[in-house]
Design a binder for this molecule. Structure first.
Ligand code: UGA
Length: 421
């Protein structure tokens, strides 16, 4: 993603991965995950010769001034980020360095990784050459990653080297034209900015999710509360949508990692801890909502619309759909599911425990309830009269608040949403 976007900026980029199959596919412009617009961007830049893929670190290091480390930092059981891949790659890069290089971490890494990488690279160098380490965290959202790269709210560059700052600024030069703010700071601060940003957004979501339960209990409407709150510029309207809880590869992992980092430094981050707890609770609350709304789900068929953790991605990592479906199965419900792009990924998780449908109406036909878990655009304009007709019972659980309660009631649905009575 970052490679394709830099190539689009006019930079010559080589992306390296150990997986030969992946590299072969990428050379043909086939991206192994779903991200709107990325296939086209890759193909275009491969064609014009600015984007290249390889399995050899050596070639890429030799021909580049700046090397980005963008490998995964998956969570370990204890909540810390697994730094194995980052450290392995840093060692491999070090062995190939023959002249001055800027080594940049794009992966989300714990505070202190920059200095650790400096040690590793220094130790593994085979020649006495100069290098700089930079932290340049990523703020892209899945599903709108290209737009986020091309029009970021800010670019953060953490390093102690003026030379590296100048090189990074040059790399991001097209963003100067659109007056993107640059935050230049030390490595530790840059590393922390990433965790702080994701954790704060998670706090915002958990806040509105907790408030949605109060709205349900007092007869208030959480969407109007959020809208009015968001009109206050100090609060802002974004990330105040109540739903089934946040998922994905970032918020769950980064909040836990930040708590671990804070714990190691004897610093309590009670607000982040509460956000994590509230998120777990929100997923359970969704299951309770469904159970309560239907009396019991035992022996009933539920049609789940949307499985990915958010729309416009096939990513199932920590998707709320996983917890919700597993709990419903425990309660002896039958589950049928449809997602516009995440079906193959979902099959790897649920295997033959649920049934898979090719479309919305096939999924809904004869079911005892519809549950909208992910707000894909195509679910926003369903033929509701048809849905009502083909359902066995008119239960509709809208976990993303995409429909209006009055309209749904008028159509004869037993409609349940989040934080709206
Ligand atoms: C998030 C951040 O938004 C990016 O800035 C960051 O770069 C990225 O993590 C990362 O660390 O790589 P992402 O996980 O792709 O991006 O998706 P978001 O749009 O942030 O959504 C995360 C979760 O929060 C989703 O499950 C979404 O449904 C949920 N959400 C989001 C809500 O429940 N309510 C909201 O108002 C917004």
């Amino acid at each position: 993603m970052t490679g394709a976007c830099f190539a689009e900026f006019g930079v010559f980029v080589t992306c390296v991965d150990k997986d030969e199959k992946k590299v072969k596919a990428l050379k043909k412009g086939n991206v192994p995950f779903y991200e709107p617009g990325l296939d086209e961007l890759v193909r275009k830049n491969v064609r014009n010769g600015r984007l290249n893929f390889s399995t050899k670190i050596k070639d890429a290091v030799e021909s580049s001034l700046v090397i980005f480390i963008a490998v995964g930092t998956p969570p370990r059981g204890d909540g810390t980020a697994d730094m194995r891949y980052v450290e392995e790659v840093a060692s491999e890069i070090a062995r190939e360095i023959r002249g001055y290089k800027v080594i940049v971490t794009k992966s989300t890494v714990p505070v202190g990784t920059g200095s650790r990488l400096r040690e590793i690279v220094s130790r593994k160098l085979t020649e006495r050459v100069d290098f700089d380490i930079v932290s340049n965290p990523e703020f892209l959202r899945e599903g709108s990653a290209i737009e986020d790269f091309m029009r970021p709210n800010r670019v953060v560059v953490g390093t102690s080297s003026q030379q590296a700052v100048a090189i990074l600024k040059d790399l991001y030069r097209p963003l100067y034209l659109i007056e993107t703010p640059f935050v230049i700071t030390n490595i530790e601060t840059a590393e922390l900015i990433k965790y702080a940003s994701n954790s704060f957004l998670a706090v915002k979501i958990s806040f509105i999710n907790e408030l949605s339960k109060l709205c349900e209990n007092v007869g208030a409407d959480v969407q109007t509360v959020a809208k009015a709150m968001g009109l206050d510029h100090r609060i802002g309207p974004k990330f105040l949508h109540a739903g089934p809880g946040y998922g994905g590869s970032c918020f769950p992992k980064d909040t836990r990692a930040l708590l671990t980092i804070a714990g190691k430094h004897n610093t309590g981050l009670g607000i982040v801890q509460s956000a994590v707890d509230a998120n777990e609770h929100q997923k359970k609350h969704m299951v309770e909502k469904i159970k309560k709304g239907m009396g019991s789900v035992k022996g009933k068929t539920l049609a789940m619309l949307g499985l990915s953790f958010k729309p416009n991605t096939n990513d199932m990592r920590e998707a709320p759909s996983i917890f919700i479906i597993e709990q419903l199965l425990k309660e002896k419900a039958s589950v049928r599911a449809f997602d516009p792009v995440a079906m193959d990924d979902a099959k790897k998780i649920f295997k033959d425990k649920i049934k898979y449908s090719d479309g919305v109406y096939e999924c809904v036909k004869g079911a005892d309830a519809v549950v909208v878990v992910t707000e894909w655009n195509e679910f926003r304009n369903l033929d509701l009269a048809r849905i009502k007709k083909i359902l066995r019972a008119p239960n509709f659980f809208d976990l993303r608040n995409i429909y209006a309660p009055e309209k749904m009631a008028a159509l004869g649905f037993k409609y349940h949403s989040v934080g709206r009575s």
